[in-house]
Design a protein around this ligand. Structure first.
Ligand SMILES: NC(=O)c1ccc[n+]([C@@H]2O[C@H](COP(=O)([O-])OP(=O)(O)OC[C@H]3O[C@@H](n4cnc5c(N)ncnc54)[C@H](OP(=O)(O)O)[C@@H]3O)[C@@H](O)[C@H]2O)c1
Length: 299
């Protein structure tokens, strides 16, 4: 099976590119990046629709996995017109190109399509995004399904994994924000479900394998770890690992300038588990390993 992957330089994309190449399912993978093109990745600006259509049609994939996006809600809120180009317009281009060469498409979406008031959320639960990012991911879902009716949509919550720098993920950035010198303040209301990029990659690779074997894999799927924790809780764990006094971690009042987030957008993962797919690793152990790796890289 030939797989075309966008966003292969990203937090999720790097883990996914590795998994697809190393899983032993015989996938031939073309990974694309934009500003961080390295190794075997090909450079592609997804805003250049002619280049996107040409690269996809020249490769002739059986499956296109569209992972590239602007995924930071506050960045999307600050410049929605710019974010619209990558999150919505480019998604339309990629879906059109996939459809033109008869490829299936798997589109990465988010639990931010839900308002977080009535968890858990099933693939057919009512959507109601609270911020522009969630709205754009939902619009992306609609565009993909319109252009490729057999598309696979995979909604996931907050991702963590091996990072190039601490600020790269919403989880590891917290390690940058806490210090032994002064108190640091974090939200203790919104429940997060940090899910490792490697575990998400295993699910995607499994779905691609089933598709390749002729199984009917289409429609909306959810994957998430069962770890349910606030940013305040994550900060306490990180403080423990980093030898920082946990009393320096304090509860913050809601930030009126931040893009609103759902309080509990827990995803039900039954549809993936019924396919025999999906495992997740222990959060505390995995985050400890990631912090150790970053500290070794910088020493
Ligand atoms: N991270 C999360 O917590 C989270 C949670 C839920 C859903 N998701 C979804 O999961 C997917 C992967 O997220 P991620 O965390 O891997 O994001 P990420 O680390 O921010 O990576 C974004 C990727 O998009 C690429 N990209 C951005 N603009 C581009 C352009 N104009 N042309 C081509 N490529 C471009 C980047 O390429 P360069 O870096 O090379 O420029 C990078 O590979 C996204 O669809 C996101 O919405 C993520």
């Amino acid at each position: 099976m030939k797989i075309f992957l966008t966003g292969a330089s990203g937090l999720l994309g790097r883990a996914l590119f590795k998994e697809l190449n190393e899983c032993g399912r015989g996938f031939e993978v073309l990974g694309t990046a934009f500003s961080r093109t390295s190794g075997s990745l090909k450079q592609l600006n997804l805003l250049d629709s002619t280049a996107v259509k040409k690269m996809i049609s020249d490769f002739g994939p059986d499956l296109v996995i569209h992972s590239a996006a602007e995924r930071r809600p506050d960045v999307v809120k600050a410049d929605p017109e710019k974010a619209q180009k990558i999150n919505v317009d480019a998604t339309g281009t990629v879906a059109e190109a996939a459809s033109a060469c008869g490829a299936s498409i798997l589109y990465m979406s988010s639990n931010y399509v839900f308002d977080g008031r009535n968890p858990p959320y099933y693939p057919d639960s009512a959507v109601n995004p609270l911020n522009e990012y969630g709205q754009m991911k939902l619009t992306g879902e609609h565009i993909v399904l319109e252009k490729c009716p057999d598309a696979i949509i995979l909604r996931i919550p907050i991702v963590y994994g091996r990072v190039e720098y601490l600020g790269e993920s919403t989880v590891t950035v917290i390690a940058d924000e806490i210090s032994a010198d002064s108190p640091a303040y974090f939200d203790n209301r919104q429940m997060r479900f940090p899910t490792h990029a490697g575990d998400i990659s295993n699910v995607i690779s499994g779905l691609a394998g089933l598709l390749d074997a002729g199984e009917e894999i289409k429609g909306i799927y959810h994957w998430s770890s069962e770890t349910s924790i606030t940013k305040f809780g994550i900060a306490k764990i990180l403080a423990g690992i980093m030898g920082i006094d946990p009393e320096l971690i304090r509860e913050a009042a809601p930030d009126p300038n931040a893009a609103p987030r759902p309080e509990n957008a827990k995803l039900d993962t039954g549809r993936i588990r019924r396919l025999g797919l999906g495992t997740y690793r222990d959060f505390e152990q995995a985050i400890r390993e990631i912090l150790m790796e970053v500290s070794e890289q910088s020493s």
